[in-house]
Design a protein around this ligand. Structure first.
Ligand code: NCD
Length: 325
């Protein structure tokens, strides 16, 4: 073995023995603090490389399939950008109605077919557990890009990376999540990931959109102080981070329930008058009116920077599962 292969400090060596080589990324429950430290170190390196050279050849010759059964702007295009910046290429399948899925092909068969042509599959699907199911059948790594109202682990990683880049640390912070905590998979993943740290979590939602009991119990069993509120102003002034989410219209069984809660929280410059000067205002996007455009130039508004951080995190994850980090 050459020195480069055996040196664990070289982030971009060909390390087929690297712990994440060939692994699927399905849930944030897979990560401990050391993993996160490592992912963010690599993401940081990716940021520097992109700033210095734009595109480089770390994953030259590798192919990613973006298999999206639900709409996406950021997740799909940031995986594409991440793969192409690393010199790899992408097969986009975002209109499954034009693929054999429309003929009734099962998810296991679809992934077993696509992996014949590729090295990694990024999957977004409306059902909880779809990525785990795909990973049971696939030989190549599956990356969960959102499984219904389940999880969205790569979004949570980029959210946490954003908090770290913006605040410098996570321990000691009070983080408030507001909006659709029931159906919002990004909140499910992020709150679980944050429970690895010494944080206080506030959850603000209408009664019918409270964080699922299962996740509350998980957080409590880790000793995380949590508080639930119906009104944002009760939690806002003590918050270091405000994580705003969209009410997920498409997930409601009864459209009347959506009508009753839509527009419950609208964050504008008036709302932020009682917030800290150094608040970090985040949103996984898309926003549909929860954050007023008036705030876009406020230095506290981090949601567009958050998107950019996402590409670096996804570059890091692709390099890791393909054995190059
Ligand atoms: C989120 C998602 O798809 O869960 N978007 C994203 O990936 N950035 C949030 C949402 O759709 O509201």
């Amino acid at each position: 073995m050459t020195k480069a292969l055996s040196n664990p400090h070289l982030p971009f060596g060909d390390q087929r023995t690297a712990p994440w080589y060939g692994k699927s990324i399905l849930t944030v429950k897979q990560f401990n603090q050391d993993d996160l430290k490592y992912i963010f170190e690599v993401a940081h390196e990716m940021r520097e490389m992109v700033e210095r050279v734009g595109t480089f050849d770390l994953l030259k010759g590798k192919i990613l399939v973006n298999l999206f059964y639900e709409p996406s702007t950021r997740t799909a295009s940031s995986f594409t950008a991440a793969m192409e910046r690393l010199g790899g290429s992408v097969i986009p399948i975002n209109e499954v109605k034009y693929s054999s899925v429309a003929k009734g092909e099962s998810l296991p068969d679809t992934v077993r077919s696509l992996e014949c042509y590729s090295d990694v599959i990024v999957l977004r699907h409306p059902e909880i557990g779809a990525s785990a199911l795909a990973a049971q059948y696939a030989r190549k790594p599956i990356i969960n890009a959102g499984d219904g109202i389940g999880e969205h682990p790569t979004q949570a990683l980029l959210d946490l990376f954003t908090i770290l880049e913006e605040k410098g640390n996570v321990d000691g912070l009070t983080i408030t999540m507001v909006g659709d905590l029931k159906y919002g998979r990004t909140v499910h993943s992020l709150s679980r990931l944050l429970s690895l740290y010494d944080v206080k979590l506030n959850f603000v939602s209408p009664e019918i959109l409270r964080l699922p009991e299962e996740i509350i119990s998980e957080l409590e069993s880790k000793g995380i102080p949590i508080q639930e509120y119906a009104l944002l102003d009760q939690a806002l002034s003590e918050s270091d981070v405000l994580y705003v989410t969209r009410i997920q219209k498409e997930r409601f069984e009864d459209p009347r329930d959506y009508e009753n809660v839509k527009g419950t929280y609208i964050i504008n410059s008036q709302t932020l008058a009682s917030a800290r000067e150094d608040l970090v205002l985040m949103h996984p996007l898309p926003r549909v009116g929860e954050i007023s455009m008036d705030l876009d130039d406020d230095p506290r508004a981090a949601y567009f920077r958050q998107m950019e951080y996402g590409m670096y995190v996804r570059m890091a994850l692709l390099a890791m599962v393909l054995g190059k980090a």
